[in-house]
Design a binder for this molecule. Structure first.
Ligand SMILES: [Zn+2]
Length: 442
């Protein structure tokens, strides 16, 4: 029934917006939608504005202005959010729509690849993207399918074709690591096991893998520069480096040539250093980043997508090597985040949803960032205009301003006073169409 409700609502909105877009036809007033915003956090400005009117034509924002001086177009559909706080659609820059939380009781990570038909994984991915949109996330950078091949390209096409609801996707497809650098692991050596990524050895294979993935629709290339982690001899967080500098440079050179970017999973140490020296565009996780590495990130303009929340789940018992490792990951990460924030590293909001079950709230990452010293406004920007900049979508998404896509959300209580309010998104518009509104089915 919920699905049926969405289809009806959506069909109405589609036909309404098409009225003004017929080829050669004079724009009709019915194509206008107007949102009255009690408070507007536009994603870019230094502070909120009150009593704003957002005029939307088709799928784009036409104007944003003070209510007192704005004449609402005759015949426009008016959406009254005058008691709410209105924001741009949110952006999660690190998700896995093809993962489901990896419950050990359900077979953990390996079951995805060994037991689940790809159709089941794709079906669950459609639920994941819907969940994201319901929570106000209108853009996801999805950083690899974990053995589901180019499934993310298909989900993206399904959303863009209007077959299923979901955010705008920027996808990384298969991701890249080296022999010994990614699961499935721990099986008899006689068995040729499938892997959760594309395995390469040597710069030639590295470049070829990037070419293949870009050719098949990757918007980003994702590279694993470290594998696993443990407590090192000196109490540091150790991890195994994977790609050599030459291998990474081949991938970065190829990807930049296509006008695209490279995201590097890197926990710390040699692997993170190679990621920076190899010219990667974004460091994912960055659990233990040295002062020199932070300075290098600032100098090179490297993005930092920390994904804090996921390192607080499933800790082992404190008296086990795994439990000690888990606690060190969280404490080192907090320190790295604080140092990066202070140094002015460009930080984007990312969660690793998928590693976290999609049934959990995506917005849980906001209070983590604010607790570690980021201002609520800066945390919102990290999930709006800052992320848009990283995604080369500035002005299109992550902002409520003329010319941007009409991706707009609202919450009942001011999130600058309590950032947790971003977990209570009650209105979602994507591409000028209302997907969710209080009191309406979706
Ligand atoms: Zn991830």
């Amino acid at each position: 029934m919920r699905t049926a409700g969405w289809v009806v609502l959506n069909t109405l909105m589609v036909s309404g917006s098409l009225l003004g877009q017929d080829k050669g036809a004079t724009p009709q007033l019915k194509s206008f939608t107007v949102i009255r915003a009690g408070m507007l956090i536009d994603g870019r400005s230094d502070g909120p504005r009150h009593d704003q009117v957002i005029v939307i034509r088709g799928n784009l924002i036409d104007s944003v202005s003070d209510a007192a001086s704005t004449k609402i177009p005759q015949g426009a559909t008016v959406i009254d959010l005058s008691k709410e706080t209105v924001l741009p659609g949110l952006i999660d820059s690190h998700t896995h729509i093809f993962l489901q939380g990896e419950e050990p009781a359900e077979g953990g990570y390996d079951a995805n690849i060994l037991k689940y038909p790809l159709s089941l994984r794709a079906a669950r991915a459609t639920v994941a993207v819907r969940r994201a949109l319901e929570q106000g996330f209108t853009v996801l950078r999805d950083v690899e399918t974990e053995g589901a091949g180019y499934g993310d390209v298909g989900i993206k096409e399904a959303i863009e074709g209007g077959f299923i609801p979901g955010p705008r996707l920027r996808v990384a497809t298969r991701a890249i690591s080296t022999t010994g650098g990614y699961p499935l692991e721990g099986y008899a050596p006689e068995l040729e096991m499938p892997k959760g990524v594309q395995i390469i050895d040597g710069p030639i294979e590295a470049r070829k893998a990037a070419r293949e993935q870009l050719d098949h629709g990757a918007d980003w290339i994702k590279v694993y520069m470290t594998h696993r982690s443990w407590v090192g001899k000196n109490g540091e967080l150790a991890s195994q480096p994977t790609l050599t500098l030459e291998e990474l440079k081949a991938i970065v050179d190829e990807t930049h040539g296509w006008g695209k970017k490279v995201a590097c999973h890197a926990y710390g140490g040699i692997g993170l250093q190679r990621a920076l020296d190899g010219g990667c565009d974004s460091i994912e996780h960055g659990l233990q980043i040295s002062d020199a590495q932070i300075a290098q990130m600032v100098k090179q303009g490297t993005w930092y997508c920390p994904t804090i929340s996921v390192y607080y789940t499933d800790w082992g018992p404190p008296d086990t090597p795994q439990g000690q490792r888990d606690r060190l990951r969280a404490s080192a990460h907090e320190e790295s985040f604080k140092k990066a924030l202070k140094a002015g590293v460009k930080i984007v909001f990312g969660t690793d949803m998928g590693g976290i079950p999609w049934t959990e709230p995506i917005a849980q990452e906001f209070p983590r960032m604010v607790d570690l010293g980021m201002s609520p406004l800066e945390a919102i920007r990290s999930a709006t205009s800052r992320a848009a900049e990283m995604l080369d979508m500035s002005g299109q998404v992550g902002v409520v301003a003329p010319g941007a896509y009409a991706d707009i959300v609202a919450v009942p209580v001011d999130p600058l006073k309590d950032i947790k309010e971003l977990g209570d998104v009650q209105f979602v518009m994507k591409d000028g169409k209302v997907f969710k509104a209080a009191g309406q089915p979706n």
